[in-house]
Design a protein around this ligand. Structure first.
Ligand code: N01
Length: 542
């Protein structure tokens, strides 16, 4: 609403804090910990009834992280690092959720988290330089600082398909999966979407259901996870070496250390190139295949050699030639997010699984009994939407955020997000976004980037307090310069060549702006450290 928050009920005696944090996923939890460390009073509002964010909501069968568990974990507490035991190379959702819950218990975080409470609005008051936040539970609270720990992939997008309401069977969305076990036994199930969520749930649903129909619009390049239980000694070795490993993570390009490739894919002969790709395929990592040569992200011909390798793999695994062809992508590899799977392509060899190529047979509507494409009516008992997210800006857009002079963030960003360092936006003093647009965010192992931003925000607040300053806000000049830099770096890579959610292409009407920073986690950290060392260069402190 347009009402001033200061007129809302409860606004005459709001709860006051130093910091209000929105979201209790990995970002919000660590932000709360950091506030306590700095002696700041803080409250966290969380829509779910427990911590964990992404790992709280995405309970679909097969949900699993595609960063190795020994890397995808907090580094801020050596005790936590040492005591937690991972069971698999790539941890599944229940285990990561237990880890988040354990962290909350261990540091007694829950007492400052208000669960089942959604933040509706956050308004900055120029007069007293505070943020006022209103929730759906009627809470009104004020704080000097407001931190959005709302996640990059937390607002699932509507599937934009007619007739959903008419369907008489069950509807599921991978990002809003029910808590209780879903039993697909004996059912005819349809899955729409073949991104990371789709390729993870499809093989498992295929095993459970009587029949599975996969509705594919754009095929994905999927690599085998080669997941396995951790072998004896493996975890102990990493734990003994954690400080160095974490250092390497922070200095790396994507948050997981990877040896820098020195050769071009076009410099080696076919046999050697294939052997190198085969080894990467057998290794099992989303970063392996596209980083064995130094030009796959930059050079179309080099990129094509990796893409061809994966297409050969698909054709060698999938027995039906038409299905195999339909599964072969034709855009440059790694320009949309690659996916990591367990048995995805082989699933299409099962006789209870059918692939519908929506490019050939477009989807018309959902009917009361299933899904109608131009040439067929598919009768279904359940439909699973694995259709993705309004990424990076979606969760921020859902909150009525107003900065100086009552200006809405939504209006300020009508042509695409504008930030300085992906952390703050001009006109919105003392508002921080953890892994916001213009930071490495989704092009990194998220916890590495989350910890960096939380540490940075802590240092900035500390510096303001030491200098007796109240507000911090980026200058327009620094912001414009940063936005240009983010765009320049993206346009030098092939990333801008696919219709991906990185640039908002999956949401109708969303401005096409490449949102994550492609410059690399290590470089980005250095830029931020320099900014801080130079008295918050690019920010105005008042
Ligand atoms: O979503 P997506 P996701 N009709 O947007 C299709 C992270 N993640 O939830 O490409 C028909 O990638 C859409 O087709 P198209 C990870 O960063 C990580 O799978 O738009 N189809 C696409 O195939 C990931 O990248 C993990 O043509 C429609 C699919 O739905 C990000 O989250 C696991 C459609 C959406 O794919 C998002 O992944 C899961 C329509 N109307 C997620 N609308 C791991 O760590 C959309 N599609 C492993």
């Amino acid at each position: 609403s347009n009402d001033k928050l200061s007129d809302a009920p409860g606004a005459d005696s709001p709860d006051r804090y130093d910091v209000i944090v929105v979201g209790a996923g990995f970002a919000g939890m660590y932000m709360l910990y950091k506030c306590r460390q700095l002696g700041l009073s803080a409250v966290v509002y969380e829509a779910g009834d427990d911590v964990g964010g992404t790992w709280f909501w995405n309970r679909y069968p097969g949900a699993r992280c595609d960063v190795e568990s020994l890397s995808y974990s907090y580094s801020f507490s050596p005790e936590l690092e040492q005591e937690w035991e991972w069971t698999e190379r790539y941890a599944a959702q229940p285990e990561i959720l237990r880890y988040a819950q354990h962290t909350a218990d261990r540091f007694d975080l829950r007492r400052d988290i208000r669960f089942e409470t959604r933040v509706l609005a956050a308004h900055f008051d120029d007069g007293n330089r505070t943020w006022t936040v209103r929730t759906d539970k009627g809470d009104v609270a004020t704080a000097r600082f407001c931190v959005m720990a709302t996640g990059c992939l937390s607002t699932f997008k509507p599937p934009e398909i007619d007739g959903i309401d008419t369907f008489r069977g069950k509807i599921y969305h991978t990002a809003a999966w029910p808590r209780e076990e879903v039993d697909f036994a004996g059912q005819r199930v349809g899955v729409i979407g073949t991104g990371s969520s789709g390729v993870q749930c499809i093989p498992i649903i295929a095993q459970q259901a009587a029949h599975l129909t996969v509705f594919q619009r754009t095929p994905t390049y999927s690599l085998p996870a080669q997941n396995r239980p951790l072998i004896p000694g493996e975890q102990e070795a990493k734990k003994a070496n954690y400080p160095e490993w974490r250092k390497a993570q922070r200095a790396s390009s994507f948050g997981t250390p990877w040896p820098a490739a020195t050769e071009s894919a076009l410099e080696v002969d076919d046999e050697e190139r294939n052997m190198i790709y085969e080894n990467a395929w057998q290794f099992g990592s989303i970063t392996a295949l596209n980083n064995v040569f130094n030009d796959i992200h930059q050079n179309m011909a080099a990129n094509e050699t990796a893409a061809t390798f994966v297409r050969h793999k698909i054709r060698s695994i999938v027995r039906d030639p038409d299905t195999a062809e339909a599964l072969c992508p034709d855009y440059p590899i790694a320009t949309k997010r690659p996916t990591l799977d367990t048995g995805y392509y082989a699933t299409y060899n099962r006789n209870n699984v059918r692939l519908v190529n929506l490019h050939k047979s477009p989807l018309i509507e959902i009917t009361e009994s299933g899904i109608r494409t131009v040439d067929h009516e598919h009768n279904l008992d359940a439909i699973v939407f694995a259709t993705g997210f309004d990424a990076i800006t979606g969760a921020l857009a859902k909150i009525d955020i107003r900065g100086r002079d009552g200006r809405a963030l939504k209006d300020t960003w009508a042509d695409g997000p504008r930030t300085y360092l992906g952390l703050c936006s001009a006109g919105f003093p003392n508002l921080f976004m953890i892994t916001g647009p213009g930071s490495p965010s989704v092009l990194s192992s998220m916890i590495v980037s989350i910890e960096q931003h939380v540490d940075l925000i802590g240092s900035i607040i500390d510096l303001l307090d030491q200098q007796g300053k109240c507000t911090i806000e980026p200058t327009l000049k620094a912001q414009d310069h940063w936005v240009d830099h983010v765009n320049d770096v993206a346009s030098m890579s092939l990333f801008s060549q696919a219709n991906s959610w990185y640039l908002g292409a999956n949401v109708p009407g969303k401005p096409r702006v490449f949102m994550p920073y492609v410059g690399g986690v290590g470089n980005y950290r250095k830029i931020c450290d320099d900014m801080l060392a130079n008295d918050c260069d690019g920010f105005t402190l008042t």
